[in-house]
Every structure is written in C-alpha cells, then in structure tokens.
Design a protein around this ligand. Structure first.
Ligand SMILES: [Zn+2]
Length: 199
C-alpha cells in the first residue's frame, strides 16, 4: 500500500547546502565529491541538473576534470518535475546542479518543500549572470543555507580572484549553456576585468 502524508511520521526539516561561484571554480567537482561520499555511506540520493535547453531524462554531467556524475536532467522551465522522482523510495538527499537556470521564486518553493519533507538539499549555482546581475535563486539560497561554500576561479586577464563569468560567444539571452544547438562560451574574470558581451 502506498504511503500517504497522513501515515508519515513528522520529519525534521532537511538541511540546505549551497555551493556558489563563477564557472571554472570547481562547483560540479565539489558536488561529485559529495555524491561519492554520500553514496559510499549508503544514503539514498538523487542528482538533478537544470538544463537551459529543453531536455528531460537520465544522463551524466561532467565536471571540468571529466569525472561523470549520473543525473536526471530537468528543463529549466520545469523545476517542479523534481517531485516526480523524489518522495518515493525513501530518498533522503537531493543534489541539484546549475540551479541558477530555474525561475527564482518557483525554485525557492521547490527547495522549501523538499526541506519541509525532511530531505537534505545540496545545490550549486552561478551567483551572477554574464551581465553581472544576480542569476536565479542562488544568492537567496546562500542566505537561507545551513552551509554555504563560495568558490572562486582565477581571472584569465589579470590572474586575480574571479567571482564572475564573462560570455565571449553565443548570443545575448540570460540562460545559454555550453552544450546543445545554441551554445555559449565563457571565461572566468574578476569584477574589474569583466566586459559585458554585446553579441
Ligand atoms: Zn581580472
């Protein structure tokens, strides 16, 4: 018989961990390490990745050092789809890659609902888009987080600390990934060296 909410025990609130920073800072690598550690400890865990292109289903994402992470792709306009996978089979922990792509308010509601179900949530996201504007829910999630890890990269122009991601090709809409038919190219830069791509 399927469990219903009324038969479930009251659960403690889940914990939120946020990994944030520009591209090329090791965010996905950090998620991958968390995934390995949690899997080895036999936690029941699912990994999702927000995708700028229209795609849903299973696959692998790769960190820049090429280690694969098994993920379920979720189209960026459909964050609630996560609930189709979570809530069954006693999933206790959820990892979500590239959360900046999701619409801010809708994704915050998804995270709050997961936490309320007692699920620990680990997310990573860009803090800023290529125009140096706040990107999706990342910054708000950093403020909500039980644990927050802000990573940085190295500015390709001056060698300083890079907190931003500059677009160098690929059009001017906010959300363009680095794969798929419409793709963009990016470099890590510091705030001073950052040029806003004009298309
Ligand atoms: Zn610089």
């Amino acid at each position: 018989m399927e469990k219903t909410h009324s038969t479930r025990k009251a659960l403690a609130q889940g914990k939120l961990t946020v990994i944030a920073g520009p591209m090329f800072a090791g965010k996905t690598t950090k998620l991958l390490t968390l995934f390995s550690v949690l899997s080895n400890l036999n936690y029941s865990i699912l990994c999702f990745k927000a995708e700028a292109k229209k795609v849903n289903g299973m696959g692998h994402t790769r960190s820049h050092d090429e280690r694969p992470l098994p993920v379920i792709y979720i189209s960026m306009d459909d964050p609630e789809k996560i609930f189709q996978y979570v809530g069954r089979d006693g999933i206790g922990k959820v990892i979500i890659d590239a959360v900046h792509f999701f619409p801010k308010d809708r994704f915050l509601a998804v995270v709050e609902k997961l936490l309320a179900q007692g699920i620990d949530v680990y997310v990573n996201g860009l803090i800023y888009d290529y125009r140096k504007q706040e990107f999706g829910a990342t910054k708000t999630l950093m403020k909500m987080a039980d644990e927050c890890l802000e990573l940085f990269s190295i500015c390709v122009r001056c060698g300083g600390k890079a907190q931003h991601t500059e677009r160098i090709a690929g059009g001017v809409s906010q959300s363009i990934g680095t794969t798929g038919p419409q793709k963009a190219a990016y470099i890590p830069v510091c705030a001073t060296c950052h040029n806003i791509y004009q298309g």
